[in-house]
Design a protein around this ligand. Structure first.
Ligand code: LLP
Length: 431
């Protein structure tokens, strides 16, 4: 069990979140159901902002919408004073529809279409994070057509790649994202030469996601400042902004110990100061783009247990009413999750089971080998840390309607995305 934020076990021995009994939530809204602890999301935003204020006041937190972006989340980020990172016309549209201020939106992506770039220019968004030479040229052209000067960041590959417990320094540039250091020089020159249409604000990097060590962030900051100082020496350009990307890990397993938000911010701030001093570089504004560490642990998914099937001598399959369609991460990345029986939250684990999804796919196993109290049909299973990259990666495989998403806070719940209906599923079909 991972009791994050407001989660606890109530006197009925039910799991509670945001002051709401999960058994009641399941009755009211049905399952599968994504439940988000609104207070914890807000608290995580505030922790980021407080830490920045303490360690590096000239900075911004840009929430990475790919983790979970729906209108209510955009509104929440707006209220908390964060910026928003979007990666597609669809995410941009969602943010604008929610009334998110366009000047606080950062547009990423390795293959933005001409249409998407136009949408961004028309909206007057804050920054376009340019990922390739062809995009840079297209954007210069478009900006000329639109008679405007577009503020941009150039995405650089710092040659450091980090994943959970491991990182590597790669000399090579085998990634589809961004410019290698040498090409980034050419991109910078192009941007500076086209200064009437492109306003180069600085540089961006992102080294990975679900990262448990701070060292790779420190190294990335070092590479970026060194690069910026080389640019200055060659061109005289001083970058006002440095975007270090996102990537801080969260707890998926009980013994996961990711660094705290505060330690992460302190580390990046300290590294930027240290390297800026070393290179005699004016301190840039720093931008951080966390996604998972803001919404991940705030979410749980509730499922109803259906068929329990024993395969003698092998395993007991406990099937639930969702699976890879609402959480693709175990099937796609081998991600491991914790779960509990929300209606029997204090009962001792008694058996080892495998939680199977309902999709027609042998690989649709949500959790292999987990200890749970005796499981029966009708029990309520809560899977923890599903707030990031679950709803946003959900699909309609097997024509399963996508679940509702609700916010809970102070004993109240509200639907932020309604459950899809069968009618929704056929609504795009043209016969
Ligand atoms: N900024 C950029 C440029 C990114 O590419 C990403 C994530 C982020 C920020 C946010 O990273 P976070 O703080 O959430 O780690 N679907 C995968 C994760 C893909 C992350 C892609 N980029 C998963 O479910 O693990």
């Amino acid at each position: 069990m991972i009791l994050a934020g407001t989660m606890k076990i109530n006197y009925k021995q039910h799991l509670e979140i945001g002051g709401c009994d999960t058994v009641e939530l399941a009755k009211q809204y049905g399952t599968p159901l994504y439940v988000m602890d609104e207070e914890l999301i807000r608290e995580n935003c505030r922790r980021y902002l407080r830490a920045l204020k303490k360690y590096y006041p000239r900075g911004k937190i840009i929430y990475a919408g790919k983790a979970l972006l729906v209108k209510a989340v955009a509104n929440l980020m707006e209220e908390e004073g964060l910026g928003l990172d979007v990666v597609s016309g669809g995410e941009l549209y969602t943010a604008l529809k929610a009334g998110f201020p366009s000047e606080r939106i950062y547009f990423h992506g390795n293959n933005k279409s001409r249409r998407e770039l136009e949408e961004a220019l028309e909206a007057g968004i804050g920054r376009i994070v340019v990922d390739s030479m062809s995009e840079l040229k297209e954007l210069a052209e478009l900006s000329r057509e639109y008679r405007q000067k577009t503020p941009i960041l150039i995405r650089v590959k710092p040659g450091i790649e980090a994943h959970t417990h491991d990182y590597i320094r790669t000399g090579q540039d085998d990634s589809k994202f961004g410019f290698g250091l040498a090409d980034a020089f050419d991109a910078t020159n192009f941007a500076l030469d086209n200064g009437s249409f492109l306003e180069l604000r600085g540089f961006h990097c992102h080294i990975g996601s679900q990262i448990f060590q701070l060292e790779p962030f420190r190294l990335a900051a070092g590479v970026m400042i060194k690069f910026m100082s080389d640019i200055r020496d060659k061109t005289g350009f001083i970058a006002p902004e440095l975007d270090i990307g996102g990537g801080l890990g969260i707890r998926y397993r009980r013994d996961d110990r990711p660094p705290s938000i505060e330690a992460f911010v302190e580390c990046v701030a300290g590294a930027v100061r240290k390297y800026a001093l070393e290179h005699n570089y004016p301190l840039p504004e720093i931008l951080l783009e966390p996604g998972r560490s803001i919404v991940g642990e705030a979410g749980i998914t509730l499922y109803t247990v259906g068929v329990v099937k024993d395969v003698p001598g092998i395993r007991r399959f406990v099937s639930i009413d969702g699976g890879m369609t609402d959480n693709i991460r175990p099937a796609l990345y081998g991600a491991v999750y914790e779960a509990a029986l929300a209606n029997k939250a204090l009962q001792e684990p008694a058996e080892m089971v495998t939680i199977a999804g309902k999709a027609c796919e042998s690989g649709d196993l949500l959790i292999e080998d987990i200890h749970l109290p005796p499981v029966e049909k009708g029990d309520l299973l809560a899977v923890f840390s599903t707030g990031a990259y679950c709803y946003s990666m959900a699909s309609n495989y097997n024509r399963n309607p996508r679940p509702a998403v609700i916010f809970v806070r102070n004993g109240k719940s509200r639907v932020i995305v309604r459950r899809e209906t069968y009618e929704d599923l056929v609504s795009l079909d043209e016969i």
